[in-house]
Design a protein around this ligand. Structure first.
Ligand code: PHE
Length: 337
């Protein structure tokens, strides 16, 4: 009789303890099984009535039951007390706060923002085009002959025979003119790609800002005036500049604009290759062939275009001598601006 009650108590306890979630429920279990009036004490009381032969064996089972229940009870109690302690840990509101580190705009973004705002002030709107371009927009429509060396696999990342990563922002001129009738006046910033050996002076990806103005009677003199106004606002009023004749398939005549070297102020040094001058952009009046390709009447309209590298511009303005720092995202560099 008693041995059956012992095993029932054992399985009852084992199933009760599984349902315990907190210290209060655990206390109910203690009262039920282990207290002075609990089940196990009662079973010990019943031991008196057992026969002489059965007594030692039943006593032993009862002791095992009590030890087992006590041990499981203590283990669970410890576990519940520990986790209760954790959830009760409140934040210490008197501790000093952790200051958030506030980021800043990348130097290229800052430079681009400044260039954009100067040209906005000169009446230019802003347009963007895709980095994946057709061979036609990047070269053909811009009057590059089929066998022009710039199309060479060495400079251009071709994706297919007809598509490539644009090598300059000039294809956005084509997109702009295909979309809008003249007059148009916009700058077109963006990322461009060239398959060049990486060095302190060149990188496989960089940024350009393209400019285009088309209307009746737009002249080369206006181009110069606009670019000089830009350069003075960007580099400073005392800047010296010059325009050198150059060649681009999509402008005629073409020029490159130089400013005095920021390092030697014109005396000649390593950075300016001892010329005292640094090239900042390419420009020219739009070639009539380009107008023909976008169905603009080249008898009626003239225009000018220019393109400048943003990395180069930032290098010159901030006196940095390695283009790669723009792409490494080293905090020690970025933090300075
Ligand atoms: N696209 C030319 C380059 O990448 C720059 C340029 C733009 C020249 C517009 C003239 C007119 O070198």
């Amino acid at each position: 009789m008693l041995d059956k009650k012992i095993s029932e108590a054992n399985s009852g306890f084992n199933s009760d303890i599984l349902k315990v979630n907190d210290l209060k429920q655990l206390e109910d279990i203690r009262v039920k099984y282990l207290s002075r009036n609990g089940l196990i004490s009662k079973l010990f009381d019943e031991l008196k009535d057992a026969s002489k032969e059965e007594k030692p064996l039943l006593g032993k089972s009862l002791n095992i039951l009590r030890n087992d229940v006590t041990e499981k009870f203590n283990l669970l109690k410890e576990k519940l007390e520990n986790s209760a302690g954790e959830s009760e840990k409140k934040p210490d509101l008197s501790l000093p706060g952790i200051r958030k580190v506030i980021g800043s705009k990348h130097l290229l973004t800052q430079t681009l923002d400044e260039v954009k705002s100067i040209f906005k002030g000169l009446g230019f709107s802003i347009m963007e085009g895709p980095e994946l371009e057709s061979d036609y927009n990047n070269f053909g429509a811009l009057n590059f002959p089929v066998d022009h060396p710039a199309r060479d696999m060495q400079d251009t990342f071709f994706i297919t025979e007809d598509f490539l990563l644009r090598t300059h922002t000039s294809p956005v001129q084509i997109r702009l003119m295909n979309k809008y009738k003249p007059p148009v006046r916009a700058i077109m910033p963006g990322r461009v790609y060239r398959n060049e050996a990486i060095s302190s002076r060149s990188y496989c990806v960089f940024h350009q800002v393209e400019g285009l103005y088309v209307d009746r009677d737009v002249t080369f003199a206006e181009l110069k005036g606009t670019l000089v106004s830009f350069a003075r606002q960007f580099y400073g009023n005392d800047l010296k500049y010059r325009f050198r004749p150059s060649f681009f398939p999509f402008t005629e005549p073409s020029a490159e604009m130089d400013i005095t070297c920021y390092l030697c102020y014109g005396k000649g040094c390593r950075i300016c290759k001892h010329t005292g001058w640094l090239e900042i952009l390419g420009c020219g009046t739009v070639d009539p062939n380009v107008f023909d390709n976008v169905d603009y009447n080249h008898e009626e309209y003239t225009g000018y275009a220019f393109g400048m590298g943003i990395e180069r511009t930032a290098l010159l303005k901030y006196g940095i001598d390695d283009i790669r720092v723009f792409f490494e995202n080293d905090f020690r560099f970025l933090k300075q601006f």
